[in-house]
Write a protein that binds this ligand. Sequence first.
Ligand SMILES: [Zn+2]
Length: 105
Amino acid sequence: MVQSTATTPKTTTEPAGPCPNYRDCIETGPHDHHFNHTLRLRSDSGELLADGGMVADEDGPVVYLRGEDFHDAASLHAATARVRQMLDELDAMATRAFADHEARG
Ligand SMILES: [Zn+2]
């Protein structure tokens, strides 16, 4: 069982943070360096399974997944699609592995 401590916005209208420039920025007060490093996915034992977030300055935003930076939404979406596919394949592998183990008695 895996628990996520963060929510994933389903639309581009969420969330409504205090920053006037970036909705996902969690910095408060006057600032030029915007960020959000709160997306963390941990296992029940506390192991970090995935993390992502964003930073932005006068050059624009960068969104990251683990150690990889993405400079546009389409590139990030392509990467997360690959992650979803990998997770589906891992689910199938787990089903086969435990079923094969059970079948061996
Ligand atoms: Zn900000």
